[in-house]
Design a protein around this ligand. Sequence first.
Ligand SMILES: Nc1ncnc2c1ncn2[C@@H]1O[C@H](COP(=O)(O)OP(=O)(O)O)[C@@H](O)[C@H]1O
Ligand SMILES: [Mg+2]
Length: 272
Amino acid sequence: MEGKKTPYIFATANQKGGVGKTTTAITLGSSLSLFGYRVLLIDLDPQASLTNHLAVEPEKLEYSISNVMVSESFHPDEIIINKYRLKTGGCIDLIPSNINLARIEAELSVSEGGGLRLKERLKFLPDNYDYIIIDSSPALSVLLISAIAASDEIIIPVISDFLSARGVELLLTTIGKVETAINIKCNYRLLITMFDRRTNSSWKSLDYFQNKYQNCHFNSIINIDTRFRDASLIRKPLTYLDVNARGAIDYINAAKEIINGRKNQIKGAKDE
Ligand SMILES: Nc1ncnc2c1ncn2[C@@H]1O[C@H](COP(=O)(O)OP(=O)(O)O)[C@@H](O)[C@H]1O
Ligand SMILES: [Mg+2]
């Protein structure tokens, strides 16, 4: 493909921990790469689960996302780790994180325009990515604001239970505030994760979420699959470990929704 590519940037976000943010970033990213897309994953969580899951040791890193965030002279290119190169032409690259990000977080939250730093710095990325996925930390913090500000779209992984409903509303309020503050438009989509088909309450709350957030949810649902644990144990994306695992198929279906949605968007823009 000729010319400069504009990557489509996602962030996974939910202030609740353990809802599948990191799993979504990795498994959706690796699913997109299976279709030949070039994917960059950015770990924006000081706990560095994404980094760990991709078999990179956070504490041994010389450079991490923190360097990109604080130093203008630091080119993001210098810390990109080429993790996977596939025969499809797709790839997974990683900008890793470690606990240093917690210190940067404090600094950013008191500096003017701190929430825009990531967005600004991402302009200096190499232009060969199709998709960038930012994995955010479980808090309504300046790091989450940074992820929202830098993204075209927020993926909200949510467990299908009624207790999650209030959390989603809070997150959407935060997204709305960031949109107003910096005058951007950021779409969002809910992704139901860890869906338990056997319980009545899962189906009921699925119904609730799909009705309440019509047109703003993935049609694909991510079922509970113990194979995710196997994948994290060997520190590999599930889609690479076993492409036929239930959870891998679910994320591949979600990736197809993204790909088809992008094709329609690009076609729509050309027709205008
Ligand atoms: N669909 C799923 N089925 C079963 N376990 C899952 C699923 N998605 C994620 N997990 C597991 O749940 C735990 C929390 O997921 P994670 O992606 O780390 O959440 P978060 O990033 O929101 O804290 C991890 O151990 C992960 O392997
Ligand atoms: Mg996480």
